[in-house]
Design a protein. Structure first.
Length: 230
């Protein structure tokens, strides 16, 4: 039997890590975890509670209490918070503009890291997890650890496409550049840590990036007795 394969992908907003991770998971028959969606989901819980943004203790309480369910099927993504489907809502500008309020609170990050590790450990065949701190904090022992980067202008163009062009430049820069600056105060996702492979996808197609990650996975695929799904 084979051990579950864990692939960790980090990167800045718009670097292509989500599309890459879903593509790799689909190609290899693995589960997929969008950790950013989890941060966005608890942001919905915080916003719905009406808590003051200047009260990190109350925000943490709301995050810890939030009941999050998230799909790990790369072809069928959904997320619920406290029983409510927020799959579309978490991509709204309201959530995008407030997610850093939650993400920069260390206690909130610790709670979500614990949840993310539990999901990774429960994946019977393996998983591709993507975010900001997967290679260094959530899954530092992953079989493949990758930091995906891209030119800022390309990242903003990709994010504009994600929104169907219906986003102004100020909101776009806020989502890409300001959020990156906020999150970088706690997590380094611009420089690869030891053992982490760097890949600049600026001039590569999505399929080329997926091919590169799959090649890394095939070389790293672990084997062992008594582990993994039967």
């Amino acid at each position: 039997m084979t051990k579950p394969l864990v692939i960790a992908i980090d990167g800045a907003s718009g670097s292509g890590k989500s599309s890459t991770a879903r593509g790799v998971a689909t190609r290899l028959g693995l589960a997929y975890l969008d950790t950013g969606a989890m941060y966005r989901a608890v942001t919905v819980a915080y916003l719905d509670s009406g808590i003051d943004a200047a009260d990190p203790a109350a925000i943490t309480d709301a995050v810890v209490a939030a009941d999050i369910a998230i799909s790990t099927d790369p072809t069928d993504q959904w997320v619920t918070v406290n029983g409510r489907d927020v799959t579309d809502e978490i991509r709204s500008q309201r959530v995008s503009g407030n997610v850093s309020t939650v993400a920069v609170i260390p206690a909130c990050r610790a709670n979500l890291v614990a949840r993310q590790r539990a999901i990774i450990e429960a994946a019977p065949h393996g998983i591709v997890a993507e975010g900001r701190d997967i290679t260094t904090v959530v899954a530092p022992d992953a079989d493949v650890r990758l930091l995906l980067s891209a030119d800022p202008e390309i990242r903003m163009a990709r994010r504009r496409l994600d929104h169907g062009g219906r986003i102004d430049d100020a909101a776009l820069r806020d989502q890409i550049l300001r959020r990156d600056a906020d999150d970088s105060t706690l997590v380094n996702f611009t420089t690869a840590a030891d053992g982490v492979v760097s890949l600049d996808g600026s001039l590569l197609s999505l399929e080329q990036v997926i091919d590169a990650v799959v090649a890394l996975a095939e070389r790293a695929r672990p084997t062992g007795e008594g582990e993994g799904a039967s």
